[in-house]
Ligand binder design. Structure first.
Ligand code: ADP
Ligand code: MG
Length: 701
């Protein structure tokens, strides 16, 4: 069976035609029959159940009722004119209301007849009513399950204007399903279908649009979810197989002078077990002769920087250069300082390149890079510029990778004929399901353990009415010699307003903590870099006790003496942001605190966020909650990827299916990476078909 039918342009479907096709393409990205078949319903109207009036408890779901219709009345005049009636069943009565179309309805309802009424209750004057219900005589009420259980499709104003509301969709689906018989090729292997007792693809697609029973519907859903996740994994993993088999990588067999001397003489502390484990994993990758593509996940403060540094030394030991890219200048500076300090005496040639590097330094850097005498280059995205050319780039480290676009990262990739090894690091833990989808083609290392001696940060949530008490607490911490962060939200759309908030806050803090006893620094996005750096450095050096800032301090800034992170308007921050901010403290040996200040009135979601922060310090748990609250498409770092725009599967709920899908994809590729075997013909055909038609498939690394 071929894909000719599924490839048929949508205008050729009975009931569509060129005009509707135009709108379907634009509004729903439906170009051909296959696109329409996988335009899945987002829910079903369940007409299989009958409710009693007294059981209507919420306005969340549609209900179907049966009873007599009484007291039909016209009320009001002009635009407020409406018709009302009561549906009466043995348990009570509910008002029905029509704002139009009543001319035709009036006199239609006869006494003594039982009607079936279907609609969505809403609350009016503290009572439920149903506006514009569907009504029919109970005798005529459709009886097959198929007709009682109706698919609902998402639609838009434009689609509705051409008759493609949910009902209109139902009609064209009926035409499509009728003509698709024997025309939908299977895409999974017999073995997988038997193993999970899946319905065939054709059956599943029919069921999902026109269910015949709740049981078969859920079987169809399970199969189609599996299929969706399976082919994503198959694609990702296939890329990985190709990379490891076809793309050559530098081989770093040596553990040499730099690495060994650093380890023996320069390491200021014992590595944690997790750090050791990850370094071992990386050494394994670098020795293989294939390109490393590894994601290192570790909570803030877990010591990723050191792992990166030691990996770079391995590159140097093997005669290669390395570079390290950070998302902001502040961070690049800080890393440059840390690396220079830690490497002091080893004789490693290291430099910093950012947007504000002076022309003469730039020139020198360019020259030394091309000669190969410069061994480590730290910087911002300035590293990706065309004229930054390495003699022998062996390893690229990208810190806080989610801050960079895919294209920026790809540029670093291309800085050699043989691509450098790539280590991307993130302190925004990604839930496993998401990581498997988003980074399915990368190897993943995780640091879960924090360096020893850290006291868990204590987190409290206060309402803004408690501010005086909090100031008292801060005064006390400062007396003990500690430093304080105070952070205000900054959201791009209202940068001005936020800046006002920040300046107001700053002034009240200056009043509360007057000079000369207290010194206060301030940093925000609209400041010139040199002023920002000056203020930042004052705080880093301990010359000011309080740093008032917007989220520019979110990533990476390291001031071990800071013990309090106070976050104003905490309800306006996302969970991962709050967690990142909290990670700025708790870096020294002292007890640290995170104080979340919010207004009294909070949405449920905001309350859950704040509660989660108070309850746990575990970034992975927080990421799970975040995923549940926001869904995969909104998680940090996922927005640029089409990978998580799933049509049916749900990464928060379908973890089991995802694991099975991934496992099966691995098994298939292990046996037959190019899918040439007859068993995999169907998969391979489908893969070719989707590759031909999918456009938004992006590489992550
Ligand atoms: P992150 O993973 O957030 O990038 P860093 O690498 O900045 O974390 O490390 C946080 C702090 O912990 C740094 O001050 C670093 O020097 C320190 N650190 C890293 N590894 C260890 C260790 N094994 N023992 C003690 N302190 C460590
Ligand atoms: Mg870091």
């Amino acid at each position: 069976m071929s894909y000719t039918f599924l490839e048929t342009p949508i205008e050729y479907l009975k009931g569509v035609g060129p005009k509707r096709a135009e709108v379907l393409k634009k509004e729903a990205a439906v170009f051909n029959f296959h696109d329409l078949l996988t335009y899945y319903p987002f829910r079903y109207i369940d007409k299989s159940k009958l409710y009693l009036v007294k059981d209507i408890k919420s306005d969340a779901a549609y209900v179907q009722l049966q009873g007599e219709i009484r007291e039909v009345q016209m009320i009001g005049g002009g635009r407020a004119k409406r018709m009302t009636a009561y549906l009466c069943d043995p348990s009570g009565r509910i008002e029905l209301v029509w704002f139009k179309g009543f001319k035709w309805l009036k006199g239609k309802f006869k006494p003594g007849i039982t009607y079936t009424v279907f609609g969505k209750p809403s609350v009016f004057n503290n009572k439920f009513n149903i506006a514009h219900p569907e009504v029919e005589e109970a005798e005529n009420t459709q009886s097959t399950f198929n007709e009682k259980f109706q698919a609902v499709y998402s639609t838009t104003e434009k689609l509705k204007s051409i008759g493609l509301g949910s009902k209109g969709f139902n009609k064209i689906f009926r035409n499509l399903i009728t003509s698709s018989k024997q025309n939908i090729p299977e895409n999974l292997s017999r073995q997988i279908i038997d193993q999970y007792k899946f319905l065939s693809r054709e059956e599943s697609l029919r069921e999902i649009h026109f269910p015949t029973s709740p049981n078969t519907l859920s079987k169809a859903q399970a199969r189609l979810k599996f299929e969706e996740l399976f082919f994503i994994q198959l694609k990702l993993l296939k890329q990985k197989y190709i990379r490891t088999q076809k793309v050559k990588g530098h081989k770093f067999p040596l553990v040499g002078n730099y690495f060994n001397r650093f380890y023996k003489e320069h390491l200021p502390f014992e590595l944690t077990n997790d750090q050791k484990k990850v370094i071992k994993e990386i050494r394994g990758d670098l020795g293989k002769g294939t390109q490393m593509n590894r994601l290192l996940q570790g909570d803030v403060g877990s010591g990723k920087t050191l792992v990166a540094l030691m990996s770079m030394l391995l590159a140097l030991d093997n005669g290669f250069q390395a570079c390290f890219m950070a998302p902001t200048e502040i961070l690049a500076n800080q890393h440059y300082d840390t690396f220079s300090r830690m490497l002091g005496g080893l004789g490693v040639k290291i430099q910093l390149l950012t947007g504000s590097s002076k022309a003469n330094i730039r020139k020198e850097i360019h020259k030394e890079l091309e000669e190969g005498s410069l061994e480590i280059l730290i910087g911002t995205h300035a590293l990706t510029e065309e004229n930054v050319r390495f003699k022998k780039l062996g390893l690229v480290v990208i810190d806080e990778q989610h801050r960079f676009g895919v294209a920026q990262r790809a540029k670093l990739w291309k800085k050699n004929v043989i691509p450098p090894h790539v280590l991307v690091m993130t302190a925004t833990p990604i839930p496993r399901t998401l990581a498997m989808t988003l980074y399915g083609d990368l190897d993943i290392s995780v640091i879960r353990e924090l360096p020893p001696g850290r006291k868990p940060i204590k987190t409290y949530h206060y309402y803004d009415t408690n501010r005086l008490k909090i100031f008292g607490f801060i005064r006390n911490e400062i007396k003990k010699g500690r430093q304080i962060y105070i952070v205000y939200p900054l959201i791009k759309e209202s940068a001005k307003l936020d800046l006002n908030d920040l300046m107001d806050g700053y002034e009240s803090i200056v009043r509360e903590f007057p000079a000369p006893k207290y010194q206060i620094s301030i940093v925000h996005g609209q400041m010139k870099t040199e002023n920002k750096d000056y203020e930042m450095n004052t705080f880093v050096k301990g010359e000011s006790q309080i740093l008032v800032a917007t989220t520019v301090i979110e990533v990476g800034v390291d001031v071990p003496n800071a013990s309090v992170m106070l976050i104003e308007n905490a309800e306006r921050f996302g969970l991962s942001q709050l967690h990142q901010l909290r990670g700025r403290v708790g870096r020294g040996a002292d007890q640290s605190y995170c104080l979340l200040i919010s207004k009294h009135k909070l949405s449920n979601e905001a309350r859950t966020r704040l509660q989660t922060m108070v309850e746990t310090n575990d970034g992975f748990k927080i990421a799970e909650v975040d995923l549940k609250l926001r869904g995969p498409g909104e998680m940090e770092g996922t927005r640029q990827s089409g990978l998580v725009n799933l049509k049916l599967a749900d990464l928060t709920r379908d973890e089991k299916i995802l694991k099975a899908a991934r496992q099966n994809a691995i098994s298939v590729l292990e046996l037959d990476p190019s899918l040439r075997n007859n068993h995999y013909q169907k998969m391979s055909n489908y893969l070719n078909f989707t590759n031909k038609h999918l456009k938004n498939w992006e590489r992550i690394s």
